[in-house]
Write a protein that binds this ligand. Sequence first.
Ligand SMILES: Nc1nc2c(c(=O)[nH]1)N[C@H]1C(S)=C(S)[C@@H](COP(=O)(O)O)O[C@H]1N2
Ligand SMILES: [Mo]
Length: 332
Amino acid sequence: MLIRTGRDGFQHPLASEITPPAVYESRRRLMRLWAAGAAGAALAGWAQREALGQQAPRPGKLAPLPAATSQIPGAVTMEKVTDYQDATSYNNFYEFGTDKSDPAAQAHRLVTRPWSVEVDGLVRKPARFGIEDLLALAPQEERVYRLRCVEGWSMVIPWVGYSLSRLIDRVEPLGSAKYVEFVTQADPKTMPGLRSSVLEWPYVEGLRLDEARHPLTLLAFGMYGEVLPNQNGAPLRLVVPWKYGFKSGKSLVRIRFTETEPRTAWHKAAPAEYGFYSNVNPAVDHPRWSQATERRIGEGGLFAKRRKTLMFNGYEAQVGQLYAGMDLRKQF
Ligand SMILES: Nc1nc2c(c(=O)[nH]1)N[C@H]1C(S)=C(S)[C@@H](COP(=O)(O)O)O[C@H]1N2
Ligand SMILES: [Mo]
C-alpha cells in the first residue's frame, strides 16, 4: 500500500481507511490485474493515482466523452490534477479578450456546431472533416499532461483525444511536406477580442512535421472526461505538452501541410520574444523575464513556492531526440 509521510512525519491513513468500499473493491481488482501483469504501465499509473486520491472526478457540467487511459509512454503524469474550476476560469484565448477571466465570461458565444476542419496543402488526400467524423476517427484516450504558459504558470489537465498522427496518416502527406500550420477560428460576430490588434487574426500556429507526428501531440476534444468547454478550445484543439501553451491552438478550423516554416501569430506579434520552436526550456529566458520557475495554478496563497521548470516541460525522455544537434538558444 502507498503510505505517504508528511513533512512533519505524520503517517497519512492507508487509502483503504479513507475510501468508500465500492471504490476500494474496484481498486483491489485493478491491483490484482496489475500484479498479474494483465494491465499496462499506464493502468498501473491510474491505480496509483486513484490510491493517492488524485483521480479527477468528472465535473458533470458538459456531455461526457468516454476514453480509455492512454498507453503511450509519458502520456499520464502522476502529478495532482488541477481543479476543473481553475482550468476553466483562468485561460488564454485572446479571441475573447486578454484578461484571464475573459474567455470564461465570453466564450459561450462560440458556435461549435456545425463545425468542420479543412485539412489540405501538401497531402495526397486533402479533405474537409466534419467534427462528428473527427470524433470517431480514432479511439478517444485520456492523457494527463502538464500545460505550461510562457507567462510562468502551469496546470495539470486530463485531456481526452487521440494522437494528431492518426489524422495526418489519413491525408497522406507528400514527401515535400515539412511543416504543419494550424489555423484557428476567427469570427468577428462571436469573438469580441478580434476588435483588438494585439495579434493578427486568425491565430496561427505551426509545428515541424515530425513534431506534429510525435505520439504525444494530441488532438483534444475533451477534458476531465467531458467535451471541451468553449473557453478551453471547443470543439477541438491541439495540445503539445513539451511546448509553451501558446503552441496549442484552440478551436481549429484548418490544418495545412507546407514546405516552409509557417509564420505564427505570436512570432509575427513579437519576433524577438516568440520563436518558432517555443520548447519549454528553463535555460532560455524570455527577453523580459526568466523561464526557470513556474507557479502551479491551485497551489495558491502568497507563500506558495514556485516550482523549478523542467526541460521540455518534463517530456525530455520522449521528445529530446527531435532536437538532437540543434542549438536551442538560437532556435528557441
Ligand atoms: N486560438 C487560440 N488558441 C490559443 C490561445 C489563444 O489566444 N487563441 N492562447 C494559447 C495560450 S497562450 C495558452 S497558455 C493556452 C491556454 O490553454 P487553456 O486556457 O486551455 O489552459 O492556449 C493557447 N491556445
Ligand atoms: Mo500561454
